[in-house]
Design a protein around this ligand. Structure first.
Ligand SMILES: [Zn+2]
Length: 214
């Protein structure tokens, strides 16, 4: 069976009754990006790293809204930690706060990539564009301010402590915010469980699940 519903009970997710949908996966044999090439170079060390893709084509329905897709996003979902949890903006921010509070760095490396042409509806495309646009504006503002401070510093009107302090203390949160927004802009699916290397369970609109039967 290529796809099955894990539970008949709907899962409350935002305003819709979303359901868990388990998708069968298979290993990819190509090494397209930096991480995959690193894993392929040393398979013994990186034996628990996986590059995966669904065994069947996804329906042309947005998983979040159940609307017809107007485009697709080919960026992979990243998973991290011992439980192969989806690397969401919330997870990244939570890990960072925890690492700062405890001064201990957890397992943050990417342990699996799930590649697919994720269906994107018109609402998701608009949301993604807004998030990407805000992130770019933030980065441009930070770059403009850094440039101004470099000019001030080279002109002797700013001391080195204030310059370095700005780079670390003031600009870092904005750069982090921009990177989280970019991550959110590329996130179109919420994956609740990855049973490597065979199955992924995503929380999806019932019309997404019904799309497999057409
Ligand atoms: Zn959508």
């Amino acid at each position: 069976m290529i796809r099955k519903k894990v539970s008949g009970r709907p899962v409350r997710h935002r305003s819709n009754n979303h359901v868990p949908v388990t998708i069968e996966l298979h290993l990819r044999n190509v090494t397209e990006n930096v991480l995959e090439r690193k894993w392929a170079r040393d398979p013994q060390r990186w034996h628990d790293r996986y590059s995966l893709r669904p065994s069947v084509a996804l329906p042309n329905v947005c998983a979040q809204h159940g609307r017809p897709s107007v485009t697709t996003c080919a960026r992979p979902i990243e998973f991290q930690g011992d439980g192969y949890e989806q690397s969401t903006p919330t997870r990244v921010a939570t890990d960072l706060v925890r690492a700062i509070a405890t001064k201990q760095r957890g397992e943050t490396g990417t342990r699996a990539l799930l590649w697919a042409d994720w269906p994107v509806c018109i609402r998701c495309r608009l949301r993604s564009r807004v998030q990407r646009g805000v992130a770019i504006l933030i980065m441009l503002a930070v770059l403009a301010d850094i440039t101004r401070r470099i000019i001030d510093y080279s002109g002797g009107t700013t001391d080195v402590v204030a310059f370095i302090g700005f780079l670390i203390v003031i600009s870092s949160p904005f750069v982090l915010l921009a990177s989280l927004l970019l991550k959110a802009a590329d996130t179109f699916v919420r994956c609740t469980n990855l049973a490597v290397p065979h199955q992924a369970t995503i929380v999806a609109h019932p019309r997404f699940e019904a799309g497999f039967d057409r």
